[in-house]
Design a protein around this ligand. Structure first.
Ligand code: S3P
Length: 454
């Protein structure tokens, strides 16, 4: 679904509120949900997925796999209200020519991973998306996939809409990632699935490894070795046969992030968030918040869908500003908007750097959060690759002016949710220009937040 129509914007003022107490469960992990649908659609036979995130981004992936021949159906809800889905796959190499353009909505993950899949199939697909996605750089996947033999006709600046003619057979490559990007890594590995021989991705800085874990779980031959320079060398044998699986998707740490930060900054809070994915390649925010003095305990650790998971107990804490080590950026790349809100309420200065990639997310999240927080009364300074935030030491933010302009979210779900949390920790509330993008990753967000503060 596209939220590009400005006349249909859904503004909302998020009012100050008391502590967050009780237990919640966040929806399924977005990254894992995309991969569960894609790999199930490439297995031979019937896979079952529970806990699937039913946000618009994942639904775009499901629709695209259907358009390329897989049967992807919602069969009901699991015991926690997550989606229960059944997928009949077409087998690696079996994707069919889609009859219409694949509408990727707001979803960069759908776009880049699916480009990888299509690149090694003998089909042609057009990819279109909303205003935000149509600005995002695709050269980073076009480049390696072209080397594998795929052919692209993109819009100026190597953006969407674009047309991709896959190559069959594709050519295996060895590719060293020039940017730390799990999407680029995954695009090449997924293309490698239907490419004869070994396709290798060298990752100098580790990024989320859900693709590697799940490809192995489906029976692909995939190895991970450490190179002399400490890089991860990931190799996949192509023309793989994937076996159908039963997958339980763990809760999304990137969605939990908003409630973790809210509970830390709202006095009197004690919130349990169940079933949060704690894959080390995703858990950077929790480590950073603990460094800032955040009281976040893990209980009931277990494995769900091959991923480490625990329940988190988060208590209000007096946070202190820190200099965030840029080495943690890949393990919390989507969590900086939430971290900036925590920093705005902390005592002292928080300095972040190495965040260039944030400028090419659903929006420019450095500029967007700098403007949003400043409008809400926080003291922030934008740098080329980060934000410097001088916190209030726990004092609520002023909030946005009732007669002034609302915070601009730029079709970015994470800016909308971060500023909703900031509104809770303000004197006058924070007005957000458009809450519709929240549905891309966390449709239940407002109901959960309202339920906790009712
Ligand atoms: C994702 C990877 C990250 C992240 C995105 C999801 C994934 O993007 O920001 O929300 O599922 O692989 P990059 O690969 O561009 O860093």
């Amino acid at each position: 679904m596209s939220h590009s129509d400005p006349t249909a914007m859904r503004p909302r003022r998020f009012l100050p509120a008391g502590p967050l107490r009780g237990r919640i469960r966040v929806p399924g992990d977005k990254s894992i949900s995309h991969r569960a649908i894609m790999l199930s659609a490439l297995a031979v036979g019937e896979s079952k997925v529970t806990g699937l995130l039913e946000g618009e981004d994942v639904l775009a992936t499901a629709a695209a796999m259907r358009a390329m021949g897989a049967e992807v159906e919602r069969t009901g809800a699991d015991e926690h209200g997550g989606g229960a889905w059944t997928v009949h796959g077409v087998g690696v190499g079996g994707l069919l020519q889609p009859q219409a353009a694949l509408d990727m909505g707001n979803s960069g993950t759908s776009t880049r991973l699916l480009m990888g899949l299509v690149a090694s199939h003998a089909i042609t697909a057009s990819f279109v998306g909303d205003a935000s996605l149509s600005k995002r750089p695709m050269q980073r996947v076009i480049e390696p996939l072209s080397r594998m033999g795929a052919d692209f006709t993109a819009s100026p600046g190597q953006t969407l809409p674009l047309m991709l003619r896959g190559a069959a057979p594709a050519v295996p490559i060895e590719y060293r990632l020039p940017v730390a990007s799990a999407q680029v890594k995954s695009a090449v590995l997924l293309a490698g699935l239907n490419t004869p021989g070994m396709t290798t991705v060298i990752e100098p800085v580790p990024t989320r490894d859900h693709s590697e874990r799940m490809l192995r779980g489906f029976g692909a031959e995939l190895t991970v070795e450490e190179g002399v320079d400490g890089a991860r060398i990931i190799a996949i044998r192509g023309e793989a046969e994937l076996r159908p699986q039963v997958i339980e998707v763990p809760g999304d740490p990137s969605s939990a992030a908003f409630f973790i930060v809210a509970a830390l900054i709202l006095p009197g809070s004690e919130l349990t968030i169940e079933n949060v994915g704690l894959n080390p390649t995703r858990a950077g925010l929790i480590a950073v918040l603990r460094q800032m003095g955040g009281d976040i305990a893990e209980t009931n650790p277990r494995l769900v869908g091959g991923e480490p998971v625990a329940d988190l107990v988060v208590k209000h804490s007096a946070l202190r500003g820190i200099a965030v080590d840029p080495a943690v950026v890949p393990s919390m790349v989507d969590e900086f908007p939430a971290l900036f809100v925590a920093a705005a309420l902390a005592e002292g200065r928080t300095v972040t750097s190495g965040l260039e990639e944030l400028r090419v997310k659903e929006s420019d999240r450095i500029a967007g959060m700098a403007a949003a927080l400043a409008l809400a009364g926080a003291r922030v300074k934008e740098t080329e690759d980060g934000l410097i935030v001088d916190g209030t030491g726990g004092e609520p933010l002023e909030g946005t002016d009732h007669r002034g302009a609302p915070v601009a979210t730029h079709l970015d779900h994470r800016i909308a949710m971060s500023m909703a949390v900031a509104g809770r920790a303000s004197y006058h509330g924070v007005e957000v220009d458009d809450t519709r993008p929240i549905a891309t990753s966390f449709p239940q967000f407002e109901a959960l937040l309202d339920g906790l503060t009712a």
